[in-house]
Ligand binder design. Structure first.
Ligand code: VG1
Ligand code: CO
Length: 544
């Protein structure tokens, strides 16, 4: 095996965002672009030499090319073994599962998650550490720093590696194990959930489910687990074949992009349970018949009901949620007498808490839920958790959520995204808003009194690292909140995210329509941040 040393120069834009390096495909297709980033990973993650690497992605356009390049570079760097998903496919939670199960020195996951795929859309890459989780900021900063000083990269001189047949082969001295992407993950799910009861639920005539895989990575996982193992009728999983361009749609499981599923659920004779997952399989959307469960509520409901599920029967030790996620879970933690943590946006901030055994469940408002079973959020896991609850409680999704609200109160919640705003103007909006913060505490805005206004900073309780500038929050007396932050996953312009929450303890007032329940707070948000003035936008592009 010949190893080539290829001369290169740094790219200045390889700083990972909320979840890895995400760029348009044409950016990744530039000569040396992917190679440089991978070289920076090998330069900083020295344990990979002589170690094992997990490799796979969500199957989007450029996945296969990237896998070939990474395999050749891994061989050139003396990696002892690469575990790669058949056809280059691994969902993000399945990759995390493999890293942990085989105690590898980390993994490279190829995905831009819910961003669209195809030659004119997005691609991404991220490094996961040996705990199975996305690299924390300290590591991504080191990788980024390394990208800025590169002068060469190492790559083996080989034409093509077969990744389409199960089994092991050799590339020089490096072993390549092509594995079934579903098997270990499905076994883990079997350990956590009551498959017998869920099978019985599918055998009961009135129960029907529909799962929308959105032509993304979860298709094969959902088919195997729901249809083959749990006996759901064939066709339960829709859009099950992973496609390189996700059929031309956004593989984003929300009310807008999972439109056909939502339509089916709204029918008179719609299924009892609906769910969807995103491009790389780490997000989930949960629906009942004519009923949408907000991800924030879903986290709270799972936490309050965890004792019904075998994997969590012994109780949960703590809950963590990202700062913009609603405070519904906090009330459950208080009720259970367990710790509750508020972290910055991005799953990497949960890793230390999970590793230290301080939390069992984690969640984000962006359709992300997970637990200590892996170190990523996990779409299908959340769906199976709900299915297990339905099998035990024999109630509808809607009833389960409504009885939760009766016990804990309801947190009305919405997120408004203003996409592809001019980046400079978005920065200005955030800066002006930050300037206003010191004067806001104690002030009355509309019918609300500000109890705290700050730019969220987080001190990691485990390693003491500090992350600043994680989003502006304006808290009101009585539990209502506004949060403003800029997205860290987009690839064009800036996206302003506005998160709005109102707490309503009174069950008589739990049946309001969400947007109207939050209208006064939304008006305050526009006013205080000058959204129209700075972005030129009257209304958001996406409401969830
Ligand atoms: C978004 C979400 C965040 C999530 C991240 C990655 O980030 O808001 O909660 O962790 O995507 O999810 P941002 O910076 O655009 O708001 V995924 O499924 O794209 O890996
Ligand atoms: Co995702």
């Amino acid at each position: 095996m010949n190893i080539n040393l290829v001369a290169t120069t740094p790219f200045k834009d390889q700083k990972p965002g909320t979840s890895g390096l995400r760029k348009q495909v044409r950016v990744f297709q530039q000569p040396h672009y992917l190679e440089n980033f991978v070289q920076a990973v090998f330069n900083t993650q020295t344990a990979l030499k002589g170690g094992t690497l997990v490799l796979g992605g969500d199957g989007r356009y450029f996945n296969r090319e990237a896998i070939q390049i990474i395999l050749r570079m891994a061989a050139a760097h003396g990696v002892a073994k690469v575990i790669v998903g058949l056809g280059g496919i691994l969902s993000t939670p399945a990759a995390s599962c493999l890293i942990r199960r085989y105690r590898t020195q980390g993994g490279l996951i190829l995905s831009a998650s819910h961003n669209p795929g195809g030659p004119h859309a997005d691609f991404g890459i991220k490094f996961n550490t040996p705990n199975g989780g996305p690299a924390p900021e300290k590591v991504t900063n080191e990788i980024h720093a390394a990208t800025l000083t590169l002068s060469e990269y190492r790559i083996a001189d080989i034409q093509h590696v077969d990744i389409d047949h199960l089994g092991t082969s050799k590339l020089g001295t490096m072993e390549i194990a092509v594995v079934d992407p579903v098997q270990d993950y499905a076994a883990l799910m079997q350990n956590l959930f009551d498959f017998d009861r869920m099978r019985a639920l599918f055998n009961s005539v009135p129960f029907r489910m529909r799962f929308d895989a959105m032509h993304a990575v979860t298709g094969p996982y959902a088919r195997r687990i729901l249809e083959d193992m749990l006996g759901a009728p064939p066709g339960t999983v829709m859009r099950a074949e992973p496609l390189a361009d996700f059929g031309g749609h956004h593989p984003d499981p929300n009310l807008v992009h999972a439109h056909d599923l939502v339509e089916a659920m709204n029918g008179r004779t719609g299924p009892d349970f609906g769910a969807a997952s995103d491009g790389d399989g780490d997000r989930n959307m949960i629906l009942g018949r004519r009923f949408f469960v907000t991800p924030s509520d879903s986290l709270a409901v799972l936490a309050a009901n965890a004792h019904h599920v075998p994997g969590y029967r012994g109780g949960i030790v703590g809950i963590a949620r990202s700062m913009p996620t609603s405070q519904a879970a906090d009330r459950v933690a208080e009720h259970l007498g367990i710790e509750c943590f508020e972290t910055p946006t991005g799953w990497k901030f949960f890793g230390n808490l999970l590793d230290a055994g301080r939390v069992t469940l984690c969640g984000e408002e962006s359709f992300g839920t997970g637990s200590d079973h892996v170190r990523e959020k996990d779409g299908l896991w959340a769906v199976l958790f709900w299915l297990n609850l339905l099998a035990v409680r024999h109630e509808s999704v809607e009833n389960i959520v409504k009885s939760h609200w009766r016990q804990f109160g309801r947190n009305y919640y919405t997120r408004h995204d203003f996409e592809e705003v001019d980046a400079q103007r978005a920065e200005t909006l955030m800066n002006r808003l930050r300037d206003r913060l010191p004067g806001l505490t104690g002030k009355r805005l509309g019918d609300h009194t500000v109890s705290l206004a700050d730019d969220f900073a987080y001190e990691d309780p485990i390693d003491g690292s500090i992350s600043q500038g994680q989003g502006v929050r304006i808290l009101f007396e009585g539990g209502s909140r506004l949060v403003f932050r800029l997205s860290g996953t987009g690839t064009a312009g800036a996206t302003l995210r506005l998160y709005v929450e109102r707490y309503e303890p009174d069950p008589q007032r739990h049946a309001l329509e969400t947007q109207s329940a939050l209208a006064p707070l939304i008006a305050i948000a526009h006013e205080v941040a000058g959204i129209r003035e700075h972005t030129g936008r009257e209304a958001p592009t996406v409401i969830t």
